[in-house]
Design a protein around this ligand. Structure first.
Ligand code: PHE
Length: 371
């Protein structure tokens, strides 16, 4: 039978003590029956609820209902009961907490494991690694340089005339508050990886063969084929007797390694302040195979020309060597070639992605396809 609070008729000390003992014993017994969190809640409510809980009933019936002369004794007993019940409930709560914590810690080895998603290399980084890998096999080493550059390395030492339009804010993102410095010391976000050519030649004497992967910035609003941040890989080879033939042979080999041995290369004259002569390298479109058509449809990536421009290149301009002459780069003794390619566009073509912005939005639904 569940415990109920009865009215007291006898308020003698002995009767009060007996009633209190019975009550505490009942509470202890009920506590030992608690098996779940739900049990615990109803147990606690039954005893502690302000409205009609057992303690409230005891207060009302045994204390408020006590005759004047028994009030003191009844008060002591009721307080005793209250603190005993609070202790019992406390203990019951502790026991429940221990049981549920133990349940969390124990391992059920029959349950299926948690599958952790495996990270994927970003398509741009993957393409970058592939290109760098091709040159590493040719004996090139990898160099890097800062993204925040000085005007000196990004332009001046690369033979850009003082007022070359590339310095213009239309192309270059300048760091604010540099006006008080001389032009060559002003900071900017490098617009190409070519400044690392100079930085490397300052540190290493010839012969050198290096590739330089990295991010570059230009003041271009983002759209399907432009981004204010993109990736380049620079190449530089300097030695005695390096010729344009070496440049052509090296790049032809690299393009075949990257796009397949049937790819043809094609050099067209171009201009860069830091190379002379300069060229743009085209490869036969690896989407349409050079035909300019995909079935009956025009090939979009090569604009039906059958050729895709992949990089700028040329023989290192003697004026560039002049800036590092003291480190063994006497233009009368050494020669070299350099090239620089945009990685992102190659990754777009390679993976058939039609919008450059997908590469930079960090959307897992897009990126996980490359896992
Ligand atoms: N830096 C040039 C660009 O960003 C590319 C280039 C590199 C050209 C090296 C020639 C030699 O367009």
């Amino acid at each position: 039978m569940a415990y109920t609070v009865s009215r007291l008729t006898d308020y003698s000390a002995a009767a009060l003590e007996k009633a209190a003992d019975e009550c505490i014993a009942a509470c202890t017994a009920e506590a030992s029956e608690v098996r779940s969190d739900l049990d615990l809640k109803s147990f606690r409510d039954r005893w502690m609820a302000r409205k009609n809980g057992i303690l409230t009933q005891i207060n009302d019936l045994w204390l408020k209902g006590a005759p004047k002369e028994a009030k003191r004794e009844a008060g002591i007993r009721v307080n005793e009961i209250k603190s005993a019940v609070a202790d019992i409930i406390d203990k019951a709560e502790h026991i429940r907490l221990e049981i549920s914590t133990a349940a969390i810690q124990s391992v059920d080895i029959s349950l299926p494991g948690i599958r952790r998603p495996i990270g994927a290399e970003h398509p741009v980084i993957k393409t970058m690694h592939e290109i760098v890998g091709v040159f590493q096999k040719l004996g090139y080493s990898v160099a890097e340089g800062p993204v925040v550059e000085t005007d000196y390395y990004n332009f001046e030492a690369l033979n850009f005339p003082p007022n070359h339009p590339a310095r213009d804010t239309q192309d270059t993102l300048f760091i604010a508050g540099q006006q008080s410095k001389p032009q060559r010391e002003r900071l900017l976000l490098r617009t190409h990886t070519s400044p690392v050519q100079i930085r490397t030649m300052e540190k290493m004497r010839p012969p050198i063969r290096i590739v330089i992967p990295g991010t570059v910035h230009r003041n271009d609003p983002p759209d399907a084929s432009h981004s204010p941040m993109f990736h380049q890989i620079e190449g530089l080879a300097v030695d005695t007797n390096i010729t344009f033939g070496d440049l052509k042979g090296t790049l032809d080999h690299a393009m075949k390694a990257l796009f397949g041995s049937s790819v043809k290369t094609h050099f067209r004259p171009s201009f860069f302040p830091f190379t002379e002569p300069s060229a743009e390298l085209y490869v036969t479109c690896f989407i349409c195979g050079g035909s300019g058509k995909r079935g009956a449809d025009p090939c979009r990536p090569c604009k039906q020309t059958g050729w895709i421009e992949v990089l700028g290149c040329g023989m290192v301009d003697p004026n560039v060597f002049e800036f590092v002459k003291d480190n063994g780069y006497d233009p009368k003794k050494v020669s070299g070639f350099a090239f620089g390619m945009g990685v992102d566009r190659l990754a777009l073509l390679k993976y058939g992605v039609d919008d450059l912005q997908y590469f930079f939005q960090g959307d897992v639904r897009f990126l996980e396809q490359f896992g």
